[in-house]
Design a protein around this ligand. Structure first.
Ligand SMILES: [Zn+2]
Length: 60
């Protein structure tokens, strides 16, 4: 499993995204950003996208 804490991307949020692959976590992160923070994929800065990729960690 892979996990990503929304907080690590720079948002004041306790949501943690889990997925089987980086691609799945990234897709869910984009969905969460839109649903919870009203940030669309088009509005997302490249820094934020980089931060998503860098903060995905492997978990048990
Ligand atoms: Zn969030």
């Amino acid at each position: 499993m892979k996990r990503l804490a929304c907080r690590d991307v720079g948002l004041d949020c306790d949501y943690v995204i889990l997925g089987d692959s980086n691609e799945e976590v990234t897709a869910k992160a984009f969905k969460h950003a839109w649903e919870a923070h009203a940030i669309s994929a088009e509005e997302m800065t490249s820094d934020m996208k980089t931060s998503i990729n860098e903060n995905i960690v492997a978990t048990e």
